[in-house]
Design a protein around this ligand. Structure first.
Ligand code: AKG
Ligand code: FE2
Length: 435
């Protein structure tokens, strides 16, 4: 009976706050950069409604595919610090289990179409999953946001990104505790010279390792040499422990998504689905994209052109896969139970999307079952296993492809990567785009 009452209150609260959020103007700590409007045949009606509302907001699709089991999410562990923003919501283990059940039930069944219409879509057009952007995303930040900001500022060691900050913050500030992707590795490792990144020689391997998955969608298997993989992991570790580093995106009510995230270049805000210069939850400015990463991305697109040229007998390779200058990057770290529901990446500028400027995705660590397809339907999606060192590119007519990570395959990372970089179990993924 009490549980039933609790569910009713939670559901009502969610609907109301979602509505309030999108019927009022969103404000950010940093400058908000309006996102462009992509379009796909799947959501024409949503697009026309969205135009009526706000042209920098996108709608979630109206339907929810119950077979899409990527809806799950996590709630904070019972051990969460009393000083965290969840202080007032501490629950017993039994409560948490009950809520976990209740929440997934609620996400699947309590999303009415008005909530979808009033939701924005950032990274996607309605990811419809729990690992990213559940329906209650987009609520206005309450007092917890400023509390979180205070915590971050009160802990200057965090800003330096050194390891001692972790134990310092662990004493009382779980919400802002930096997430270390290589917990047993020190930060004083040397990075590779940029020339290492430039020397990637894949030309001769393209025949064997390059795959055209569909027009504008290329998979370069084992593209990133091990030395460079180690270097990318180390750089991400360091960036991830500093200001603007890894954090666990989550709901206002404490539920967490199934990945850790860090943005480079511009921040992508999963709650508002906007790109912005500073993070909303702590005011941090995202680190810049290392030049080495940018040159690797450019090279991968160039090599894809070679592959397309050979296979498509066309000279107009840029018509199939446009060239781009990456200026934003989202770095995701998935632990073994991480996942990401089917979604489209459609939050870049209209110009970028209209030109089909590609998304370039670097995979490191454990392999992932990656789904992609025309529709947001896991049963109709194609599957490919992405392994450490692979680069996946989708642009041109594949730019709006639905895609997601179905699962992480445990213990599949190359042993030398684990030995040398001490990457924790899981998968590191970097997706580059031109905003
Ligand atoms: O992890 C991946 O392979 C995909 C990541 C992704 O789709 C995204 O960040 O938008
Ligand atoms: Fe994506």
């Amino acid at each position: 009976m009490l549980l039933q009452l609790y569910r009713t209150i939670i559901t009502a609260t969610r609907s109301t706050s979602t509505f309030n959020k999108f019927s009022s103007k969103v404000s950010f700590l940093g400058r908000t950069i309006k996102r462009g409007m992509g379009s796909s045949p799947d959501d024409k009606s949503a697009i026309s409604q969205q135009k009526l509302r706000a042209d920098n907001k996108r709608n979630r699709p109206q339907s929810s595919d119950a077979s899409d089991d990527l809806y799950e999410e996590e709630v904070p562990s019972p051990s969460v610090s009393v000083n965290s923003i969840y202080k007032s919501k501490r629950r017993t283990k039994i409560d948490l289990d009950a809520e976990r059940e209740q929440r997934s039930d609620e996400v699947v069944h309590n999303i009415d179409s008005s909530q979808f219409e009033l939701s924005t879509s950032l990274h996607s057009d309605g990811i419809n999953d729990g690992s990213y952007l559940p329906t209650s995303f987009g609520k206005m930040r309450g007092p917890s946001a400023s509390r979180s900001l205070k915590f971050h500022q009160a802990n200057p060691k965090c800003e330096k990104g050194n390891k001692s900050s972790r134990s310092a913050s662990a004493k009382g500030v779980n919400i802002d505790e930096p997430f270390d992707i290589c917990p047993s590795e020190t930060l004083d490792q040397d990075f590779l010279q940029p020339s290492f990144y430039e020397q990637i020689q894949t030309e001769c391997l393209l025949e064997e390792n390059g795959q055209l998955l569909r027009p504008g969608m290329v998979l370069l298997k084992s593209y990133i040499p091990l030395d460079v993989q180690v270097d990318i992991v180390r750089r991400c570790q360091k960036l991830g422990l500093g200001p603007g580093g890894f954090y666990r995106p989550g709901y206002q009510d404490g539920a967490k998504l199934r990945l850790y995230m860090m943005c480079l270049g511009l921040d992508w805000n999963p709650q508002t689905r906007a790109y912005q210069e500073k993070r909303q939850h702590d005011g941090a400015k995202p680190p810049s994209i290392p030049h080495e990463f940018t040159s690797l991305v450019r090279r991968a697109v160039d090599d894809s052109h070679t592959l397309i040229e050979r296979h498509s007998m066309t000279m107009n390779v840029e018509g199939i896969l446009p060239r781009m200058s990456p200026d934003v990057c989202i770095v995701n770290f998935y632990t073994s139970n991480g996942r990401l529901g089917l979604h489209q990446d459609r939050d870049e500028t209209k110009k970028s999307l209209d030109r089909g400027l590609p998304v370039v995705s670097l995979c490191l660590g454990d392999s992932a079952e990656f789904l992609y397809g025309h529709q947001r339907n896991v049963n109709k999606a194609e599957k490919v296993v992405l392994e450490s060192g692979d680069v996946l590119i989708f642009g041109g007519e594949s730019r709006h492809i639905f895609h997601g990570v179905k699962s992480i395959i445990p213990n599949t990372a190359p042993p030398p990567l684990l030995e040398r970089a001490k990457l924790r179990p899981g998968r590191l993924n970097l997706t580059f785009r031109q905003y």
